[in-house]
Structures are given as structure tokens and as C-alpha cells.
Design a binder for this molecule. Structure first.
Ligand code: GTP
Ligand code: MG
Length: 180
């Protein structure tokens, strides 16, 4: 008999339409990327088995949600039971950065978490592969926001070029495990 414990870690990815939520999930789970944009409708998840500490494994259930307003109401029902919430913005899109706080508040309203002050979030600034002149959000302002929202871990990523995606999800898994 194995004494291994099975844990399911539910992770929800939120952020404006087009920031790369679906792309980040596919890069992390399947190591694949597509240039083509297809809006997510409602919410869906992919799973990935991860090693936790030596003999322990966990199933990471990564929920990808719709950024487009008209598809959003379909997604909020899935926030409940989340162990970590990932907030994504696009480093070339000011509005998507300004909306990070609203996405976090929106999550807390619908997820019904027991202690909102200590619930784990992770912020991802995506598309860092894009040329420097098009980046409108400085690292400093991202760090300031992450700090002001309660020292949320921040990662600058590229789903396209596969930059920092694995380290980000390792941190996501680590913080989700703390909820279990
Ligand atoms: P919704 O489903 O509408 O909420 O959008 P989303 O956040 O899931 O965005 P999606 O992953 O569909 O990506 C939107 C567009 O940005 C697609 O054309 C992607 O190929 C592109 N994209 C995603 N990630 C990156 C990245 O890291 N770098 C670059 N250059 N483009 C990216
Ligand atoms: Mg999507």
C-alpha cells in the first residue's frame, strides 16, 4: 500500500482579454504556443501532475477564464474552492495593468475564501518578449503594485518565448499547497 497523499490544487487565472492567460496555461501544461488568438468563453481547465516534496505528488488543476466582459459571468462560478489566483497583465497594455486590482477584488467577491487577507495571489506581467519600446509598464511600477496589494509574488513572463513560465507556476503551486 502506498501512503502517498493525493492533493488537487485548484488555480484560477484571471486578467483582461488578450493578456495571454490561455497561452500561459498551454505553455505550462503542454509546452505549446499558438500565435492565433481565440477568445476563451466561460472557463475550462487543464491538469498537470507535479512533484511536491520527494514522495508527494499533486494534481494542479489550472482554470483558464474569459477576459472578455461578455463571457465573464460564465466564469465566476468556478472561482470557489480555488487554492491560488493568478492575475495576469500584458506589459504592453496599460489598461490590463490598471485592471489587476479589480480582477483581484472580483475574485475575492465571488470565491468566498475564508481569509481574504492571506489568500495567495501571484501576478504575471506577460509578453516580455516584445520589443522594449512597446513596453509601457515599468518593472518598478509592477513591483510597487505587487507590494501594495500585500506583497504578492511577481513574475515577468513570456508564453511565446517560454520565459519564466515554469518558475512562475512553481511559485503558484507552492502557494496553492499552503492552502492544503
Ligand atoms: P481571452 O481568452 O480573451 O481572455 O484572452 P487570453 O488572455 O486567453 O489571451 P491569449 O492567450 O488567447 O493570447 C492573446 C494573444 O496574445 C494571442 O494572439 C497570443 O498568441 C498572444 N500572446 C500570448 N502570450 C504572448 C507572449 O508571451 N508574447 C507575445 N508576443 N504574444 C503573446
Ligand atoms: Mg483565453
Amino acid at each position: 500500500m502506498s501512503s502517498k497523499k493525493k492533493t488537487i490544487l485548484k488555480v484560477i487565472i484571471l486578467g483582461d482579454s488578450g493578456v495571454g492567460k490561455t497561452s500561459l496555461m498551454h505553455r505550462y501544461v503542454n509546452d505549446k504556443y499558438s500565435q492565433q488568438y481565440k477568445a476563451t468563453i466561460g472557463a475550462d481547465f487543464l491538469t498537470k501532475e507535479i512533484n511536491v516534496d520527494g514522495d508527494r505528488t499533486a494534481t494542479m488543476q489550472v482554470w483558464d477564464t474569459a477576459g472578455q466582459e461578455r463571457f465573464q459571468s460564465l466564469g465566476v462560478a468556478f472561482y470557489r474552492g480555488a487554492d491560488c489566483c493568478v492575475l495576469v497583465y500584458d506589459v504592453t497594455n496599460t489598461k490590463s495593468f490598471e485592471n489587476i486590482k479589480s480582477w483581484r477584488d472580483e475574485f475575492l467577491v465571488h470565491a468566498n475564501v475564508s481569509s481574504p487577507e492571506s489568500f495567495p495571489f501571484v501576478i504575471l506581467g506577460n509578453k516580455i518578449d516584445i520589443e522594449e519600446t512597446k513596453k509601457v509598464i515599468s518593472v518598478k511600477s509592477a513591483q510597487d503594485l505587487a507590494k501594495s496589494l500585500g506583497n504578492i509574488p511577481l513574475f515577468l513572463t513570456s508564453a511565446k518565448s517560454s520565459i519564466n513560465v515554469d518558475p512562475a507556476f512553481e511559485e503558484i503551486a507552492r502557494s496553492a499547497l499552503q492552502q492544503n
